[in-house]
Design a protein around this ligand. Structure first.
Ligand code: HSE
Length: 298
């Protein structure tokens, strides 16, 4: 029996659309074992597909195929803390679990690079899958076949406060609302900010982060799909967030906060509730620098 802990991830980080992502101290757990049939269950009662449509199973089967093996069945027990369709990498956590678990069942024939490539091929972009596998903050380019990536461990005093609404936004819908083409000016706007984000986060120039998360490729369009999103941003900035951005495809808004801003989470809860936005829950995380890992106990 293999037991895996897989981190939630926050992608894009504002301007780094499909390129930047980081892992959070917020975890799903998967227990995996070989079986002659498909046996899938949730330890927490959260409904998950229990047949061959299960994403962990699909990813495990893909890895077996790559290695020239046939996956007959699998026993999976999922603990699903990461909420689904909220922009916190729940799908990527399943893909990472399926690939890493299956690779372990086969005696680890594939390298970490192979797993990062396969995960991006399954998901279509690497900005959640790579940090789920690697941890830290990951800068990644997916050329359609391979991922060229850099993982950097982050040891800052920053806290990441996820403001999670009680409604879902499917990545598919949040991608189909985006324009097919953008102007040269907007492309420059984003690439300069994405570069500024990584450099500022890693060197401690946190005062740059508010400028760095501005973007013209996805957030303005997605805000229209997330009721009262702008107000949530405004409240986060009122309480001293360094930056706020739509996490992944949304609808979660992520606020980046100094650890000395001690009561930020409490102030957010109070203000959101007062503004009639009590359906947005507030969760405080740090950065996970390890990525998916085998554990002996949950
Ligand atoms: N980069 C992706 C997007 C992340 O923004 O659509 C969500 O899967």
């Amino acid at each position: 029996m293999i037991k895996l802990r897989i981190p939630a991830t926050s992608a894009n980080l504002g301007a780094g659309f499909d390129a930047l992502g980081l892992a959070l101290t917020y975890y799903n757990y998967v227990e995996m074992d070989e079986s002659d049939r498909i046996e899938i269950s949730s330890s927490d009662g959260i409904p998950v597909p229990t047949d061959e449509r299960n994403l962990i199973y699909i990813s495990a089967k893909d890895l077996f195929e790559v290695c020239g093996k046939k996956l007959g069945g699998l026993r999976l027990v999922q603990t699903n803390n990461i909420p689904m369709a909220r922009g916190l990498g729940s799908s990527s956590a399943c893909i990472a679990a399926g690939l890493v678990g299956a690779n372990m069942l086969l005696g680890s024939p594939l390298t970490t690079d192979d797993l990062v490539d396969l995960a991006a091929q399954i998901e279509g972009h690497p900005d959640n899958t790579a940090p789920a596998l690697l941890g830290g903050i990951v800068t990644a380019v997916f050329d359609g076949r391979r991922v060229h990536w850099v993982k950097q461990e982050v040891f800052t005093k920053l806290r990441f406060i996820a403001l999670i609404p009680d409604f879902e936004l499917k990545t598919e819908d949040a991608r189909s609302c985006l324009p097919k083409e953008v102007s040269h000016k907007d492309a420059v706007y984003n690439l300069s900010r994405a570069a500024l984000f990584s450099a500022s986060l890693l060197t401690g120039k946190f005062e740059n982060l508010r400028t760095a998360v501005h973007d013209k490729l996805h957030q303005p369009y997605r805000m229209e799909l997330i009721p009262r999103c702008r107000e949530v941003f405004d409240i986060a900035y009122t309480h001293g967030a360094y930056a706020a951005y739509i996490s992944g495809a949304g609808p979660t808004v992520m606020a980046i906060v100094d650890e000395e801003n001690t009561y930020f989470a409490g102030k957010m809860r109070f203000s959101l509730s007062n503004a009639g936005l009590g359906c947005w829950s507030v969760h405080e995380f740090g950065i996970d620098n390890e990525g998916i890992k085998e554990i002996s106990d949950k």
